[in-house]
Design a protein around this ligand. Structure first.
Ligand code: ATP
Ligand code: MN
Length: 462
């Protein structure tokens, strides 16, 4: 008989029919007449109740049916008398695929803390919580492609191994095949990278943007969606060493177009998750964050506030609030500042623009005031910065001047500069940290809980 997924049982409710279900046992309980198993197959957060009549099955047969074991049951789907579920399967046959020794299985009990489950990252997808998070993550990934594809953006794959370390977005992980215990040296004692795999120093990318600009100035509108690596030793609930980033880049787009795209984009993703992951979101709301659905709908139905960095600084300085990091014009905003603006002052998502040039990357379009650039950060409740982007400096001479001023090694940049030498156009783009979006939509508070296998300093076990 063909297997039916539990999600389809709930969707189609084929009452009276014999069904074949397979999954992992969440719990087993009951008495000497009847045993109830809560079965989950990962297709939905909901468990299917299986009823074993002990006239037809004996305890010996059911002994292997313990929490974590994998089973196959054929039986009739009937309406349930019990509370908590509308129907159940009356088991006719049982096959045990794999046992899970109760003395050994780490997820034996319910209600483990998220911290405990991080130590068991290889098994935590089997919990209701992580099942929900991972399904939401998958749905959001699909929504991202859907949003851009429906708007004529092309998906561009940018390299993960790069030879340019000038992006400045973060510290990099070096990539090498040189023997670290016996490095080849040049005559003056430096590492001889001409002997390395690529004949030069290389590293894992911190952003696909520079290559994204090559795509945008050819295809018009592109987006990237891939892994990104940052070797900063920052242990925060919002930073990973390996995370996924979505970076649209669009020709003939100014900063205002860019802001609108960012707002439409995150709203689309949130709306898509609400429409397609309702069960999972409600499960997480019930267990972790009572205001989750309300917050998601609030963001969906309100316009983001747009203001300049300079105005933002004024608000922070006049707030009467004592921040851990003092505020003055020119400082990079900390999460506490971003969250004050979003959560306490405006109570809405905020797009801050026109940051001081000295705290932003070289490629951002310079404003006429000579001290700010056309940057934009989207700030979200509970998260802080979720998107960072800008209009790009399209003028060759201005870009060159900035590169020289910042002392960026030119030999790495020639290919990028060709976008400005040949058919340069106004263009803009941004980067959305995928896990920050998943954090927001799931209501989780630690970024380690929204990626299946988190990479953080001192943590690459699973
Ligand atoms: P932050 O100030 O939060 O460290 P950033 O300004 O260094 O971020 P950008 O270089 O602007 O980040 O990257 C674009 C987006 O990528 C950010 O808005 C954020 O959503 C996400 N992001 C950046 N660094 C990380 C990280 N280490 N882990 C997860 N997401 C990140
Ligand atoms: Mn940023």
């Amino acid at each position: 008989m063909k297997r039916i997924k539990i999600v389809d049982i709930f969707r189609e409710a084929p009452l009276g029919q014999t069904v074949s279900v397979m999954g992992w046992v969440r719990t087993r309980r009951g008495n000497k007449n009847v045993q109830f198993v809560a079965l989950n197959d990962g297709s939905t957060v909901r468990n299917l109740q299986i009823v074993f009549d002990l006239n037809e099955f004996n305890e010996e047969q059911l002994k292997a049916v313990t929490t974590g074991s994998a089973i196959h049951v054929d039986g009739v789907l009937v309406e349930s008398m019990g509370k908590g579920q509308s129907f159940e399967v009356q088991a006719k046959s049982l096959e045990v695929f794999g046992t899970a020794d109760p003395a050994e299985y780490p997820l034996q009990k319910k209600g483990h803390t998220l911290e405990f489950l991080r130590e068991k990252a290889h098994l935590r997808p089997r919990t209701a919580t992580f099942g929900a998070i991972l399904r939401i993550r998958s749905t959001l990934a699909f929504a991202i492609h859907k949003f851009f594809q429906e708007r004529g953006f092309f998906y561009l794959n940018t390299p993960l191994i790069t030879a340019s370390d000038c992006e400045g977005a973060g510290a990099m992980f070096q990539v090498t095949t040189l023997p670290l215990d016996k490095l080849p040296l040049t005559e003056d004692g430096a590492v001889d990278y001409s002997k390395d795999f690529f004949g030069k120093p290389t590293a894992l990318t911190v952003s696909g943007q520079l290559e994204g600009e090559l795509g945008a100035t050819a295809l018009g509108a592109i987006y990237t969606f891939g892994p990104t690596f940052r070797a900063e030793n920052s242990n925060t609930p919002r930073h990973l060493s390996e995370f996924w980033m979505i970076e649209p880049e669009v020709s003939f787009f100014d900063i205002t177009d860019n802001m609108q795209l960012a707002e439409d984009f995150v709203k689309f993703c949130i709306g898509y998750a609400l429409d397609n992951c309702r069960d999972d979101i409600e499960f997480l709301a019930e267990h972790f964050d009572k205001e989750l659905v309300e917050r998601l709908e609030f963001v969906l139905h309100n316009e983001f506030v747009r203001l300049s960095y300079t105005e933002g600084i004024e608000i922070l300085r006049n707030s009467g609030r004592k921040f851990e990091f003092p505020v003055e014009w020119g400082v990079d905003l900390q999460s506490e500042h971003e969250r004050y603006l979003v959560e306490e002052h405006f109570r809405k998502p905020v797009i801050l623009t026109d940051y001081p040039r000295d705290i932003k990357a070289f490629y951002m379009k310079q404003n006429d005031d000579g001290r700010t650039v056309r940057a934009m950060d989207v700030l979200f409740p509970k998260i802080g910065e979720i998107i960072g982007g800008s209009e790009r400096e399209a003028d060759y001479d201005k870009l060159m001047a900035r590169i020289e001023e910042m002392g960026i090694p030119m030999k790495d940049m020639w290919w990028y500069l060709d976008t400005r030498r040949f058919g340069t156009v106004p263009h803009s783009g941004f980067g959305l940290g995928f896990e920050r979006l998943v954090l927001f939509v799931t209501g989780m508070t630690n970024i380690r809980d929204v990626i299946p296998f988190p990479r953080t300093p001192n943590n690459a076990e699973f």
